[in-house]
Design a protein. Structure first.
Length: 290
């Protein structure tokens, strides 16, 4: 997985090298977000919390410096004293960059969780069939290393650790900590418990698949119930209000014996396009993984 640092204009190696020089300060920056270590692990990032926080701090200071120079240069070109405004813009850029970079691993982890939950049920069904057929657990997990996208990647890493000498229990425990999906963590935890107490893995997995299926059905039902008010909001904001607003504006300017400015119509069109893009993105993020 590419380990991107958002909103950084510096190359990753330069950013990482500069972060090493402020290791003491970056420890304070990492303390601002105690969950950073867990977020980095679940996002698949190899950075330590202090190192990543240092990179965020360097990127924030760099963006602040360049934004200050740009605004100050603009004021110099216009012959206006814009140093206070440049300082304010620099502070805003620094704060926005710093906190955005710190929050970014959590966003990546949630994105990974959605991808994992998309294929977890069919993958576990395949594992269940193999376990019932007498296939060992390791071979069953190795067979899931393909065809299931992010789920396959997780099982590929899991079987690789076991091949390198790690016990199945330790490998499952490590995978549980680094997995961002609560559903996947629950499955791995149940498999680990079954191995510890010697329970029937097939029975445990069958129960987990039933629970996940029931939970998925509940999510779909809840999503369908949520769509009704969101659809009403969309109709109001994207259809009724713009239509009535433009009609009333046309009547109003008719009484005032003037014309509707083209910029107003363009602003309405731009607002509608922006709202529709926002609404479609919002609805897609609410849709359960099926």
């Amino acid at each position: 997985m590419p380990q991107l640092i958002p909103f950084s204009i510096l190359p990753p190696r330069t950013l990482q090298s500069a972060a090493e020089r402020i290791r003491g300060t970056s420890g304070f920056a990492a303390a601002i977000m105690p969950s950073l270590k867990e977020n980095l692990m679940q996002a698949g990032y190899d950075f330590a919390p202090r190192e990543y926080a240092g990179m965020a701090l360097v990127a924030a200071l760099t963006n602040a410096f360049f934004s200050f120079v740009l605004v100050a240069a603009l004021g110099l070109g216009l012959r206006i004293n814009m140093l206070p405004a440049a300082a304010g813009v620099a502070i805003l850029f620094a704060a926005a960059t710093f906190f955005t970079i710190l929050i970014y691993p959590r966003v990546v982890a949630k994105r990974r969780a959605r991808k994992l939950e998309h294929n977890i049920i069919p993958a576990l069904q395949q594992m269940l069939i193999q376990l019932k057929s007498g296939v060992p657990l390791f071979n069953a997990m190795a067979s899931l290393s393909y065809d299931y996208d992010e789920v396959s990647e997780e099982f590929r890493k899991l079987t690789k650790k076991i091949n390198s000498g790690t016990s199945e229990l330790d490998a499952l425990s490590e995978a549980t900590l680094s997995n961002p999906s609560p559903q996947f963590r629950k499955v791995l935890w149940q498999i680990s418990n079954a191995l510890k107490v010697g329970s029937n893995l097939a029975s445990v997995l069958d129960i987990q698949i039933r629970d996940l299926t029931r939970e998925r059905i509940d999510q779909i039902r809840q999503y369908g119930q949520e769509l009704s008010p969101w659809t009403m909001l969309y109709m109001m904001a994207a259809v009724i209000v713009p239509s009535l607003g433009v009609a009333m504006l046309t009547v109003l300017v008719g009484f005032l014996n003037t014309t509707v400015p083209k910029t107003a119509l363009l602003a309405v069109l731009a607002g509608l396009l922006g709202f529709q893009v926002f609404f479609m993105n919002f609805v897609s993020t609410r849709r359960p993984a099926v």
